[in-house]
Design a binder for this molecule. Structure first.
Ligand code: PMP
Length: 405
């Protein structure tokens, strides 16, 4: 059992009132709120030790470098990577995918090759692959889904061929909540010697990730969806690939030496970390991981699942509501539409009642087209949410429908 009262006290923003109502924050798939320890870490950095890292110029610079590199070790153990050098700090999931598409994509994709994604991908895991396909005259293929929002594995098997050079798949759909069978996909892909990137943006805060067990080639995620700062994220990549890949960006910190005609690049991980990063943001990842581990990843998963089941059961009692994404294997994302009502109209009324949800296509336009809808209302839960909040949300949806009738 989680001590939700105590947990909620750790997240100061949850005390807020919106239009006079207590905030019910159900937009956790967009970004999660931050516990006090994460906020304190960012503040402390600027109050006590703001310095640039990896310069070794003075005491505070060394101190900042040590704290920054400690985060790399925390992330390594959080996702169980084999080597520290396999953890690259980026600006987020989008940046990590662009790095892999630009660097690895350019290295391995040629004319006539094929890259496979699913139809449920976030735009971040579509557009970078489209760009590389356009440049290389390669083809982007999509795995379709069934009526419940589950990926069709046999269709994936049909798409695999000697032309397949890369697979990029979301671990969890940000619109449907579907958990994809990534281990099975990775195993199958590896039989064809095809490397796989997993977009873990919606998974990492909800379930335990073990990149060695998954045997994925790349795993990417954003810190802001796991209770840490915006603007920072992680690229995990197998050392053998990262070593082969050319740098994504050139500049300071990623070089050993620069001659005007040619430069020698740094070793991993610095080869992929050009320029001054968001130091405080990266430092905030450490307390966020500690917080989640303190609560317990399994306990988080369990509790969020109970919230999802309760919300699902209650929303299904409302006439005219259809849930989009009803696979058994789901994280705490509840997307729905209401007969004859526009998702954004419902969202506006929920907002006025203090309930924060997201409405629209959720950056998954191809999925929306495939489902033949323009958007959904999406409620997404975190472990600081409560069953009482689900009740408030359900009553707010009922009221919104009544008002729109
Ligand atoms: N992939 C998925 C599945 C997501 O949900 C998101 C964020 N909504 C992203 C990628 C992009 O993440 P970011 O904007 O933090 O780069």
């Amino acid at each position: 059992m989680l001590n939700i009262k105590k947990i909620r006290r750790d997240f100061p923003i949850l005390k807020r009132k919106i239009y006079g109502h207590p905030l019910v924050y159900f937009d956790n798939a967009a970004t999660t709120q931050k516990p006090q320890k994460v906020i304190d870490t960012i503040n402390k950095f600027y109050i006590y030790s703001n310095s640039n890292i990896h310069r070794g110029a003075h005491y505070m610079s060394d101190e900042a470098t040590i704290s920054y590199e400690k985060v790399r070790a925390s992330v390594k153990s959080f996702i169980n990577s084999k080597h520290l050098e396999e953890i690259i700090f980026t600006k987020g999931t989008t940046d990590s995918i662009n790095l892999v598409a630009s660097s690895f994509g350019r290295l391995i994709i040629s004319e006539g090759d094929e890259i496979i994604i699913t139809i449920m991908e976030h735009h971040s895991n579509i557009v970078p692959w489209q760009m590389i396909c356009e440049e290389k005259k390669a083809k982007l293929l999509t795995i379709p889904i069934n009526d419940k929002g589950g990926m069709l594995f046999d269709e994936f098997e049909k798409l695999l061929s000697i032309k397949t050079k890369f697979i990029a798949i979301t671990h969890v759909s940000n619109t449907l909540g579907t958990i994809n069978p990534i281990k099975k996909i990775i195993n199958k892909a590896h039989l064809f010697n095809v490397p796989v990137l997993i977009d873990g943006a919606q998974a990492v805060a909800h379930t335990k990730i073990d990149v060695q067990d998954l045997d994925c080639d790349f795993y990417v995620f954003s810190a802001h969806k796991m209770y840490a700062s915006t603007g920072v994220g992680i690229l995990y990549g197998k050392e053998k690939w990262l070593n082969e890949m050319p740098p994504y960006q050139g500049g300071g910190s990623m070089i050993k030496s620069v001659n005007i005609n040619k430069s020698i690049y740094s070793e991993l991980p610095h080869k992929f970390e050009a320029g001054t990063p968001n130091i405080a943001g990266i430092m905030s990842i450490d307390p966020a991981i500690l917080y989640m581990e303190d609560v317990g990843l399994h306990e988080i998963e369990d509790y969020e699942h109970q919230l999802l089941e309760y919300a699902t059961q209650e929303i299904m009692k409302i006439k005219g509501v259809s849930i989009i994404g009803i696979m058994d294997d789901k994280t705490s994302i509840l997307s729905f539409i209401v007969d004859g009502k526009h998702p954004s109209d419902i969202g506006i009324i929920l907002d006025k009642l203090g309930v924060a949800v997201r409405t629209g296509h959720h950056c998954t336009e191809p999925l929306m087209r495939c489902l033949n809808i323009s958007g959904t209302v999406r409620a997404s839960f975190a472990f600081y949410n409560t069953f009482q909040e689900v009740d408030i949300f359900i009553n707010a949806v009922k009221l919104a429908i009544k008002m729109l009738n």
